[in-house]
Design a protein around this ligand. Structure first.
Ligand SMILES: Nc1ncnc2c1ncn2[C@@H]1O[C@H](COP(=O)(O)OP(=O)(O)OP(=O)(O)O)[C@@H](O)[C@H]1O
Ligand SMILES: [Mg+2]
Length: 263
């Protein structure tokens, strides 16, 4: 049976889809059978990030309405044979798929995969509840900004009414230079405010934002390294955290910080 992990947040645009896509790639790279489920019905973008938009014939709404079998809607990634995507409905039918119907699809997928990653829509409306209802575990994405932390706190209180085995934080878009100069909230402070364990820290990485829209992933970059550590933490239960300040320390780091400040 698969581990069913919902990737959620309070605030929109903090990196749920980015984390889902990159985590899916890393877990598939480790040899696991992974399916990514886009729960953002009507506002799908996981397919765009993964570069599979043009391959979609059937989507989750066709599975729910029995127009196709669930295997027909799954799209296999070209680069990673054990990575699949279940596309979200292309049309706006967000209120026509119920939580139990969505859960039914997740349960159908479960015996064939090791991981089901559910990309949650923004907000706390019915799409959020539908996505969380299907999961056993939740990863809450937060950026080091007070508005994001506040919204994550609200989401955590809603999540406490669900029967989740575990909840953990991912701090995304962390700028090492700003962390050192105290311009953004530290990861330790975020943990102390939200009082849940940390699963990973992902740096702000230009390569992520420029390449993700092309369905490509940046190898050897700081973002890619952080996602490798994150996927190992998720699978092995290890507690390594990527150090975003690393390249901004020492004399060379100081020069980098000054350059970054000017641009
Ligand atoms: N670590 C990062 N470094 C740089 N850019 C990032 C990073 N994480 C996400 N982004 C960029 O931020 C933007 C929003 O990311 P994404 O779409 O993953 O957020 P989301 O939480 O899924 O949004 P929504 O709530 O609308 O679904 C994208 O352009 C993405 O490329
Ligand atoms: Mg998204």
């Amino acid at each position: 049976m698969a581990r069913k992990i919902v990737i959620t947040s309070g605030k929109g645009g903090v990196g749920k889809t980015t984390v889902c896509a990159n985590l899916g790639v890393k877990l598939a790279n480790m040899g696991f059978r992974v399916v990514m489920l886009d729960a953002d019905i009507g506002l799908n973008n996981l397919d765009v990030v993964m570069g599979i938009e043009s391959k979609i014939v059937f989507d989750i709404s066709d599975v729910v309405s029995a127009k196709c079998r669930f295997k027909q809607a799954l799209i296999q990634d070209d680069r990673y044979p054990t990575l699949y995507i279940m596309p979200s409905a292309q049309i706006d039918c967000k209120n026509s798929i119920s939580g139990p119907q969505f859960k039914n699809v997740v349960d159908m997928l479960s015996p064939s995969f090791d991981y089901i990653l559910i990309d949650c829509p923004a907000g706390i409306e019915c799409g959020f509840h539908r996505a969380v209802f299907c999961a056993n575990e939740a990863l809450i994405i937060v950026t080091p900004h007070i508005s994001s932390v506040r919204d994550a706190d609200k989401v955590l209180s809603i999540l406490s009414s669900y029967n989740l085995h575990s909840k953990a934080l991912i701090v995304n878009r962390v700028r090492g230079d700003m962390l050192l100069s105290g311009e953004i909230i530290s990861v330790e402070k975020i943990i102390s405010l939200l009082r849940i364990p940390i699963m990973g820290v992902i740096p702000e990485d230009d390569a992520i934002s420029t390449l993700s829209s092309l369905g490509a992933f940046a190898y050897g970059t700081s973002g890619a390294k952080a996602f490798s550590i994150l996927s190992e933490n998720i699978h092995n239960g290890s507690k390594k955290i990527y150090d975003c300040t690393y390249k901004y320390r020492g004399i060379v780091g100081l020069i980098r910080r000054n350059i970054k400040k000017r641009v």
